[in-house]
Design a protein around this ligand. Structure first.
Ligand code: ATP
Length: 302
């Protein structure tokens, strides 16, 4: 539904997007994550057809979104970071005005209901809270029953309940076959909604895949307290971690690329030697760790 191929975008002498490629398949939600200024919004703008790449190509629904904008516009829903709605219209008036530009709009009440804004219908846009404005932007983005939906930081400023409601709505759209490209700074949002993600930094995609794939490129972690005086076994990754005998239990934290194997060996050793591993905790890397590794420009293993 969306194909981005070796796309570059320059602002004067500054290259904001440096030859990125990805595709978004029908009915999936693809999340673009990244550090501030990584180039997510620039990429989104090119996909929305607001600008032309300086290199590479963008296709949306098989069309060039810049030169064939009118062909895809009826099937495209866009929510930008800044909604830019006239402040002196009411919520209903704004929605009705927008609906007037669409070929097959949802009824205004239905769109407002989807984002829980019916009770604010007669309120002026300027009187809405930041989160309510975001929800109105979201209502307008889905008003035209799009088959491709572009959401640029849709839940920024939303309270936790409104975010969950927005997620619920997006899940409903996905279930109905809508394809979604999302940018977000909320990693839990990506984890909840995304089929696949890409993490951008400094104009490039540093790592991409399903959340599980991206996370699996980083070592898992095992931690526990070892009784004082007990020496660690000769397990892979443990040799360097021999706590000195002391009066207190020693906190041990180690990383492994094979969580199951290392954990099994550790547990067998503990049982054989009748050692209690107090506070034992074993977990895969988190998406946050994967993200921070990118932000630190650490080389991400492939
Ligand atoms: P954020 O997470 O902070 O919203 P982003 O990943 O969406 O960031 P972009 O908004 O795409 O990043 O910006 C990428 C880079 O391009 C930034 O360094 C930004 O300052 C620069 N940039 C964006 N728009 C323009 C512009 N119109 N003119 C000049 N530079 C721009």
């Amino acid at each position: 539904m969306i194909e981005v191929e070796s796309v570059r975008r320059r602002y004067g002498g500054f290259e904001a997007v440096k030859g990125i490629s990805f595709e978004v398949r029908s009915g999936e939600l693809f999340a673009l994550l990244g550090t501030n200024g990584a180039g997510k919004t620039t990429t989104m703008d090119l996909i929305a057809g607001f600008g032309r790449p300086d290199g590479g190509s963008v296709r949306v629904l098989g069309c060039d979104p810049y030169t064939e904008r009118s062909s895809i516009r009826p099937r495209l829903g866009i929510m930008l970071q800044e909604g830019g709605l006239p402040p002196d219209l009411t919520v209903t008036e704004s929605a009705a005005m927008w609906a007037g530009t669409l070929t097959d709009p949802r009824p205004v009440a239905e769109a407002l209901e989807m984002v829980q804004l019916r009770h604010r219908e007669q309120v002026f846009v300027r009187q809405l809270s930041g989160g309510e404005r975001r929800r109105l932007d979201l209502a307008l983005a889905v008003m035209g029953r799009p088959s491709v939906l572009l959401l640029d930081e849709p839940t920024t400023g939303l309270d936790p309940e409104s975010r969950r409601n927005a997620w619920q709505m997006v899940r409903g759209l996905l279930a109905g076959g809508v394809t979604v490209l999302l940018t977000t700074h909320y990693l839990d949002e990506a984890q909840e909604l995304a089929d696949r993600i890409a993490i951008m930094h400094d104009g490039e995609i540093v790592t991409s895949g399903s959340t599980a794939e991206v996370v699996a490129r980083h070592p898992a972690r095992i931690s526990f307290h070892l009784p004082a005086g007990v020496r660690l076994p000769d397990l892979p990754g443990l040799q360097d971690q021999v706590p000195e005998p002391g009066v207190r239990a020693e906190h041990v934290a180690l990383r492994t690329r094979d969580l199951q194997l290392t954990l099994t060996e550790l547990l067998i050793w503990a049982r054989r030697h009748d050692v209690e591993l107090a506070g034992l905790d074993a977990r895969q890397a988190s998406l946050e760790e994967a993200f921070l590794a990118v932000a630190d420009t650490e080389k991400v293993p492939s």
